[in-house]
Design a protein around this ligand. Structure first.
Ligand SMILES: [Zn+2]
Length: 178
């Protein structure tokens, strides 16, 4: 199976040379989903800094000790930069699956066991959401608890639900440093 064309690869390498950037020694720092909380809305897609493709959803952040800044690229460009397309594809596949599980998770119902207390079990995590008198939410599982989602106080049930998912299936599980 051909994953990319030679002319595509040549274009990427030309761009790196233009920038005076190294052609090897790139390491992926993290891969993230720009549309994590969206329901497949194209509006949030971003642009690959290397090839200019404007339909990137899963961003691979590439770093090189010999270059002054990180470069954010799509899957194939990440593979070209680190010299391993299959590894980049595999990372993207894992992240895609997690995003799918996460969207599926927030669509399913919680059980309201008392006023403003909801529970649910997922992957052996006993998850709980509690809404307090001021309208703020606290999310917990068997061992941890959080009052924040994306660095902000949780003031709606959907964000609480996303935060609960992240406790049960942390993003770190899809990270793996090469
Ligand atoms: Zn690209």
């Amino acid at each position: 199976m051909e994953l990319y064309s030679e002319s595509y690869k040549a274009k990427c390498i030309r761009k790196l040379k233009e920038w005076g950037a190294p052609l090897d020694g790139w390491e992926r720092m993290i891969t993230y989903d720009v549309a994590e909380d969206e329901d497949y809305d194209d509006a949030v897609l971003t642009e690959c800094e290397l090839c200019g493709c404007k339909r990137v959803r899963y961003v691979h952040v590439m770093r090189n000790p010999r270059y002054f800044e990180d470069i954010e690229v799509g899957c194939i460009c990440a593979g070209i930069m680190e010299g391993d397309i299959l590894a980049a594809k595999e990372r993207e596949r894992k992240l895609k699956n997690r995003s799918r599980r996460r969207q599926h998770f927030v669509k399913k119902k919680w059980e309201e066991i008392a006023d403003n207390i909801w529970v649910r079990t997922y992957k052996y995590h006993r998850l709980q959401i509690v809404k307090d008198y001021s309208g703020q939410y606290t999310v917990s599982d068997n061992s941890r608890c959080t009052k924040k989602y994306r660095g902000r106080t949780i003031d709606n049930f959907l964000s609480a639900s996303y935060a609960a998912y992240d406790l049960a299936d942390p993003k770190e599980s899809v990270k793996h440093h090469a």
